[in-house]
Design a protein around this ligand. Sequence first.
Ligand code: PEP
Ligand code: CO
Length: 446
Amino acid sequence: MSEWSPESWQRKVAAQQATYPDAAKVARVTEEMTRLPPLVTSWEIEALRGELARAAQGGAFLLQGGDCAESFDDCRSDSIAAKLKILLQMSLVLVHGTRRQVIRVGRIAGQYAKPRSTDTETRGDVTLPAYRGDLVNREAFTVEDRTPDPELMLRGYERAGLTLNFIRALTDGGFADLHHPEYWDISFAKDARYAVEYGKIVDSIRESISFISAVTGLDAAILKRVDVYTSHEGLALLYEQVQTRKVPRRAGWYNLSTHMPWVGMRTVQLDGAHVEYHRGIRNPLGIKIGPAMTPEWLTALLDALDPDREPGRITLIHRLGAGKVEAHLPGLIETVRKTGRTVLWVSDPMHGNTEALPNGYKTRRFDNILAELQQCFEVHTRCGSALGGVHFEMTGEDVTECMGGARGLVEADLERAYRSRVDPRLNYEQALEMAMAIARHLRSQG
Ligand code: PEP
Ligand code: CO
């Protein structure tokens, strides 16, 4: 392979990139961004890689989740706190269910760019560039809004910084403290059927903490803070490139805009720019794999992205669709087994279960999402492998984007609070209920 550098991807075909009309402005913005401080550190990235390695060996479980696409408008305290809260609550339920450490990774603080199925959108006789996320252009259907603007990368970077700063303050300052049940309370979901079950889980965890404190005499201070890592799709390669740096006393290059970038299914071509960029950074990598993935392709991807076979380097996130797991997953598992590698297997039960309704809404059904997860757990176990994590599109708010769940949301409910600009997310209650269903499933497997 030819020599890698943070820019070497520019020699390859780069799918899903913005076409900026003003090259001088791109140069000005990227130059400014390279002078800004990073969002994360190499220590954190290495710590996460170590935890993912443990998960790949069965010693921990990954919970990765957040918006399909973050929006600049949602960079607000209430929205960020709600996202953090659901992530923490789900992790609590999963700790209880899996009896393992749960690694929390948000799709947050940088998940601003989206792949699109077409480069342009046509309404009537007007054709404009497709909306590619707030990092690239604006959603309103005007020439001005849809023209990619490099300044938005800078705005996105700043918002990612603000978001992460608030997350760090909250997780360090008592928001995650199990001694304060008021923070863990399930507010507007109080009436829901599973409030009682959730209450029991919280009580049981609190009792365990008191027990450990009493028996060991240790202050349970370590239980007052939790780690939350960030991830986003490594899609807009200029944005990734400018934050790719060398750090003192460590070999190699780190992408310091996020802990764990992932390569999306639409940009995972072996000879493409995204694989080229990601092969050269030290961060742990997610790779999304769909039904189109072949054994040869997967084997070559692993060779390209993890030539040194480092523990924790690769997380394979399969997103197949309920009903397709049986046909595709055993082959993927067998392919990886033949390479002799240990990877972390994660299920994204969202992206293979998207459907468009006659009323125009894009939705996903709770039951299909859960069914895919259950199939994945079963197939992994049967094949002598293990599902070590889950990847969701979800929000901490009371939106109506996915159907089903304890409240039985139906098609007619969707218009009440459909806010996603891209894919439908589990709402607060659906996300918590999903975590409980997984925990129940795992407990029943022993
Ligand atoms: C996503 O995670 O939002 C996404 C676009 O997924 P995939 O690449 O798996 O389609
Ligand atoms: Co999505």
